[in-house]
Design a protein around this ligand. Sequence first.
Ligand code: ADP
Ligand code: MG
Length: 209
Amino acid sequence: MKVIAVLNQKGGSGKTTIATHLAKSLELKGYSVTLVDSDPQGSARDWAAVRDEQSLKVIGIDRPTIERDIKGLAAQDFIVIDGAPQAADLAVSAIKAADFVLIPVQPSPYDIWAAADLVDLVKQRIEVTDGRLKAAFVVSRVIRGTRIGNEVEDALNGYGLPVLDHRIYQRVSYPSSAASGETVMDLEPDGEAAHEVSLLTNEITNIIN
Ligand code: ADP
Ligand code: MG
């Protein structure tokens, strides 16, 4: 079992969008996956509630005992945790449970600065685990035709955690597919959005395995 925690204390960075897509994408690649919704707001559970097809398991664990509570899911290839905003105790618990922490950040200096506390927590845990925990940023909600500014690249590099090569672009298909509990892969399996999710998933599984 490998646990991927999608975390960022900032709301709106794309955690739920990325967690749901990553979970579904791993499943499409043949892995067994459970999506753990650790946000008391229950966005991923809402997403799961409106869909027709029920293959992907989605459960809610919004207590700071995630590392203990997921032990019963050990038979799964992957657990993807959709992180909660704020609630440092839930973030700490998700970090303890994780093999890989994925930090989505929007390409804006404000969003990157806001990740400072989380980065500190993650780096402490990397040290405690002798590097067994891995972590990376993914740039999320990139507006097409724009460049990630140098100041954003510099700020991310300054944190000393890697930035994944693949990015998630701002696309209407993300919220519109979510409205029916689906993903961009359901809307258009051969489309650009499905392709970027697949590339991101492969990049992450290569790092973890
Ligand atoms: P978080 O879970 O970090 O709060 P969400 O995934 O819920 O973030 O995203 C916040 C809002 O932005 C939602 O309305 C979502 O549909 C939208 N959104 C997130 N990622 C994208 C994207 N790549 N393209 C377009 N809209 C997005
Ligand atoms: Mg969310």
